[in-house]
Design a protein around this ligand. Structure first.
Ligand code: AVJ
Length: 325
């Protein structure tokens, strides 16, 4: 492993701080239905709160996905084959990628793609040390748009796009289809995708996962206002809003909101944002799929649903999709 292998590739333009996204954020906060993208949750504090969410008894997603992977990794590895380049969309948790790399047959390269440069370089460095045979080639990019893959010194037998955690659920169906098309493009003909997808289930189970008793999800949701105050000269009163997460069964999704407790005004980067009592900002959608619904979505993106693994309670799924030659 040479130092060059862990050097960052900058693949497209992006916004490292909220200030660079001010126009988009203000457009969302001045729309008839106020909204903020869930990607703004993940500053340092937000990432720590998300890690705490993953440990909550009510939040079944992370531990169920982990258990599905543990149980079926031999079969997954057999399907994926040897000499693969693993491209991770949003280098989330290094625990998940290690779980996969440890069981794959001679993986050739690992390409984490993320907009968080600090996180990307530290995790890439650690992986390069722990997996000396692996080319670790981080790409600093917004994965919702096509990006150039780094040059591999040895040609991979196939590309595997890895997208765990049900992050796909954050996207509305049309955007999710567009993202799957980017993944198909990056995997290339003969390539494959391994994606974690949360499943539709008893609404009370979903509801509890986003309304935990300890209030960690509420703190995670409210943290985005603290972040706007710190990075965009905003003046939100953090005690003036409450967390709400409702499961819309018809849409098959959780909608997270910040509800204004009273009529109030906040400044955001010199703009006035007025709230009436009970008015809310939509901060996140988290879509849940049926197996059939996800397969239809995958096919609409030109992908072939090849295999899917569920836990015994039908809470979560890991989907293996292939790109036709
Ligand atoms: C990281 C998008 C999968 O939708 O469950 C957790 C984020 N939001 N609790 C999800 C989240 C509230 C999470 N994803």
């Amino acid at each position: 492993m040479t130092q060059a292998h862990a050097e960052l590739v900058r693949a497209n333009e992006l916004a490292p701080s909220l200030a660079d996204d001010a126009a988009t954020i203000l457009a969302g906060l001045t729309a008839p239905q106020k909204r903020l993208s869930p990607k703004y949750f993940y500053d340092e504090a937000g990432s720590q709160l998300f890690d705490a969410i993953c440990e909550l008894p009510e939040y079944y997603l992370t531990r169920t996905e982990h258990a599905i992977m543990e149980r079926h990794l031999d079969e997954m590895a057999a399907l994926i084959g040897s000499g693969t380049a693993v491209i991770e969309f949003g280098s989330g948790s290094s625990r998940k990628i290690r779980q996969l790399l440890d069981r794959l047959d001679g993986p050739l390269a690992y390409v984490p793609v993320d907009i968080s440069e600090d996180y990307l370089s530290s995790m890439a460095g650690a992986l390069a040390r722990d997996y000396p045979a692996l080319q670790v080639l981080p790409v600093f990019a917004d994965f919702t748009r096509p990006f150039d893959l780094p040059a591999f010194s040895v040609l991979p037998s196939r590309n595997l796009v890895f997208f765990p955690g049900s992050t796909i659920g954050n996207f509305e169906h049309e955007q999710a289809r567009a993202l799957l098309e980017v993944m198909r493009h990056e995997a290339g003909p003969g390539g494959a995708l391994l994606i974690g997808v949360d499943l539709q289930k008893d609404p009370s189970v979903v509801h509890a996962a986003y309304n935990d008793g300890a209030g960690v999800t509420a703190a995670f949701n409210l943290n985005v206002l603290r972040r706007l105050n710190a990075e965009l000269d905003a003046t939100f009163d953090l005690d003036g809003f409450r967390h709400e997460a409702i499961y819309d069964e018809r849409e098959g999704r959780i909608e997270m909101r910040l509800v204004s407790l009273r009529s109030q005004r906040a400044m955001v980067a010199d703009r006035v944002i007025d709230f009436s009592a009970d008015e809310h900002i939509v901060t996140e959608y988290s879509h849940k799929y049926s197996q059939e619904g996800f397969e239809t979505l995958a096919r609409s993106a030109g992908l072939e649903p090849t295999r899917a693994w569920h836990d015994s309670r039908g809470l979560f799924s890991v989907q293996y999709l292939t790109v036709p030659d």
